[in-house]
Design a protein around this ligand. Sequence first.
Ligand code: AFP
Length: 331
Amino acid sequence: MQRLIPVLNSDHVPLHLISVINTLLTAAKEISHRLHQGSLAGTLGSTLDANIQGEVQKKLDVVSNQLIKNMLLETQLVHAVASEEEDEVVMGNPDAKYLVAYDPLDGSSNIDINGSVGTIFSILEKPDHPAEGTELFLQTGDEQIAAGYILYGPSTLLVMTTGNGVRVFTLDHTVGEFLLTVDTVTIPQETQEFAINMSNQRHWTTPMQKYIDDLLRGTEGPRAKNFNMRWNAAMVSDVHRVLTRSGIFTYPADLRNPDKPCKLRLMYEANPMSFLMEQAGGRATTGYERIMSIQPEHIHQRVSVIMGSRKEVDTCLTYFKKYPCNRPDAK
Ligand code: AFP
């Protein structure tokens, strides 16, 4: 089985970018180890703090964020990092060209129940125009040069793209290396599986209500087939299932809080996952626009997310064309 670095070399990925990716993976191996140790390492449970998004931080959120940030900045190859757990962009080497946006531990409510969690990353280059701090990261998803996630499940997997398809690597704990286990991930175009938090149903906008209603009607409804539902409460593992087996994953905008209609973050979750989806032959949209075309306005921006098997996402989009709604996600 091939090791990560020769695979990236054969794809002509620049050496410095390989080093940045490899550094992320060194941090990921440490996070994987700590998750594996669980209560034995004393890292389960919450801190007393909340992050910039107002969410309670788990101890491992904080530890993972520090590990990734410090290791990346130490390489001197990174110009700046933006993390879901940091209020502001953290600057690195002024002469370096890489920018790394990351969610250090996605799905952190799963930590204490021994469920799957993940690290998501998105790598950009410093823009050509003069920019500082936050402005550096205000680039569309199309500008990403690499993206992926590490899924800490029964196995620790790296799923990544540098714009040349999607590959899966599995961490071999005996040698401490990520080894290539799937060379080309292709997402089936059709599906009978969806992933959504159904408990929010009454808050969704009309198009999503109508779409999910029709899926639930199964063989007796207009779709004339039964659909299964899965929800892990960790985007990394829900998206991984969709990439592996087909499906549609969505965290739609809802009407509960007009100031916060969407949950998932554009820079740390939606863009990197959309890059993977599209590279695997799937689609990723807000319902109104392609996610990777969105011009970000701030680093912690949230968006509505619908992604997965191409034909199913297209079917879902017909509901957004057919039913009017007040578009809370457009804010
Ligand atoms: P945290 O990592 O901040 O806990 O959130 C994970 C997440 O943003 C995403 O991974 C899940 O898809 C989603 O939240 C789960 O949300 P619910 O709590 O609504 O199930």
